[in-house]
Design a protein. Sequence first.
Length: 445
Amino acid sequence: MTLRISVIGTGYLGATHAAAMAEFGFEVLGLDIDPEKIATLTAGQVPMYEPGLSELLLKHVAGHEGSTGRLRFTTSAQEAAEFGDVHFVCVNTPQRKGEFAADMSYVDAAIDSLAPHLTRPVLVVGKSTVPVGSAGRLAERLAALAPVGEGAELAWNPEFLREGFAVQDTLRPDRIVIGARGGRAEELLREVYAEPIAAGVPFLVTDYATAELVKTAANSFLATKISFINAMAEVCEAAGADVTQLSAALALDDRIGGKFLNSGLGFGGGCLPKDIRAFMARAGELGADQALTFLREVDSINMRRRSRMVELAREQCAGGFLGRRIAVLGAAFKPNSDDIRDSPALNVAAQIQLQGAQVTVYDPKAMDNARKMFPGLTYADSALEAAEGAHVVLHLTEWQEFRALDPAELGAVVAERRLLDGRNVLDADAWRAAGWTYRALGRPS
Ligand code: NAD
């Protein structure tokens, strides 16, 4: 009999995971505490922008013409508990207010709502990003609350998907890491992931703590690589060098590689910033805080990018923002996503607005989210409309659409042809040739 899978939490991670599990051929039930999200998903719509997810959902959500009907959604934890042989926990683990540590209350609540209804042996699999040590604690909590006791087994299976590529990353990840204490966990998860395993995806089994750490270590490495090149950008600015040429040359060294080596406005989103902070907090609790002091520097280099961008914009406005119009291209924390959590673009836009400028923002997909979170900013329906009458144009999220902008067309509507490229991807020569002052972080003016 095919396994039945429940997915608890249907946000960026969970909705994609649920659809991918249906694609693998399983019967899937997605559970969320947000009734609106569940109604949207049940209607076959995606509550966020993620390339390819809409098609995958429609292919499987029950009640839609031509769908496999393998995927359903509910708000009932009891229904999910009774349905699933394997339960994936995909709920949010945000940064606690006023602290670096992760807020584990959603994960705890998910276990607490599921466990009392577990009356037969099942596997609960944590996918959320959690502080090392959480899985051990949660395994005890689960066994204590479940009527089936230790028959409710726990495994940890950290998720490495990238927003914007979530579907392909879930169907064919770089690796599958499982933290388990033996029992049936490995066997069941080999069954769940049979398709990617058959396609050659490495399947690694470790203890709980190592699996948890693979995730936080990977994110720390990526954040460090970004902050490394951004630190180089600071030095380049001071020395009159060009960080884009520097990174292109560094990338040719196989040991270094070019990925995550583009200097710019730095990282944001719902993962890297909060994950490195939670990692530092957890290391402190474990008495290993010294090991991660470098992450504090990684974080501050990253945050300095945002203030440097505001400073550059102020310079372009002859020292003051009052009465100036600024166009901001981009609101999402990265392209191909509508996610604005800790978005560097919106952070810069809000800082500039606070200092007296009138800021108009345009993003291809993140406008609704941005409007909700930053109602004080002005929004436009296109890059061209945002740029109307602008004294400075800021390019802050590297959507393909912005790379394709015509400098002459934009130049015809702005008040002054001043461009700050916060992502170092626009063609500086083309913009300069069209009469623009082009400035970027880490490059000579
Ligand atoms: P999200 O906020 O988009 O989704 C979380 C969902 O869980 C929400 O819909 C929320 O309503 C729901 N939820 C909260 N408590 C619940 C409960 N008790 N029962 C059922 N549903 C509940 O978050 P996300 O971006 O999907 O991230 C989820 C986890 O995955 C986090 O730990 C994150 O660090 C990790 N992660 C995210 C990504 C990513 O790119 N988004 C990648 C890898 C790992």
